[in-house]
Design a protein around this ligand. Sequence first.
Ligand code: CDP
Length: 235
Amino acid sequence: MEFASFFISRIFTMGISIAIDGFSSCGKSTLAKAMAESLQFLFVDSGAMYRAVTYYFLKNEVPIHQPKVVLNALENIHITLEPSPNGNITLLNGKDISTDIRDMAVAEMVSKVAAISSVRTAMVKQQRQMSLHNNLIMDGRDIGTVVFPNAVLKIFLTADIEVRVNRRYLDLLSKDTLVSLTEIRRNLFLRDYIDSTRTDSPLLRAEDAIVLNNSNLSREEQLEICLLLAKKRMK
Ligand code: CDP
């Protein structure tokens, strides 16, 4: 084994990692958070990091087609994810932006920002650092394929499009945000398309990932299945 790849695999094995990937709004974070609670692992919502970068770019009018300006902007972005009973609290340069990053304006832009290689490099570096001292469950699009190729368990979550649209609609409504079903459907299609067709780290099922369609599963049922899988793998 080459020194570099040996070194990288050593880094990856510092903590146990579990990867949950899949399309937009199929309940990855809900599942990952519940699993993390049960296994006493750290839960990391990697999507929140891409949303935080997007929020910064929107606020500061960063032109995303100018690589040098993007690189400079990345220098000024410090993202911290803090665990809380409701998921991750997302801090951007110390400010809590957990609610702001769920806005439709961010949802409309995030896939374009996440397709930029320099943005991905910066986020993946930070994501791998989080695994150095923690057992963690991370959800996203490239966790099993790129971030933690040696994850002990990889789950590729799917759900039928109408189920996903309805879940996101109710989720936003519970936060007093009314967005039409049509607009949500359009946004999910657009993000899935951009995420799956980008050149750098496209959304793909890792060859060794277990596919789980949760359209007809309750939260409890999917949690039970995934915990069984995790415990079997960690034996
Ligand atoms: O929760 P939802 O399914 O709406 O998406 P998210 O996990 O918050 O991710 C928002 C966006 O970030 C995705 O549509 C991707 O464009 C990007 N993302 C990514 O590229 N890689 C990841 N590991 C996680 C998210």
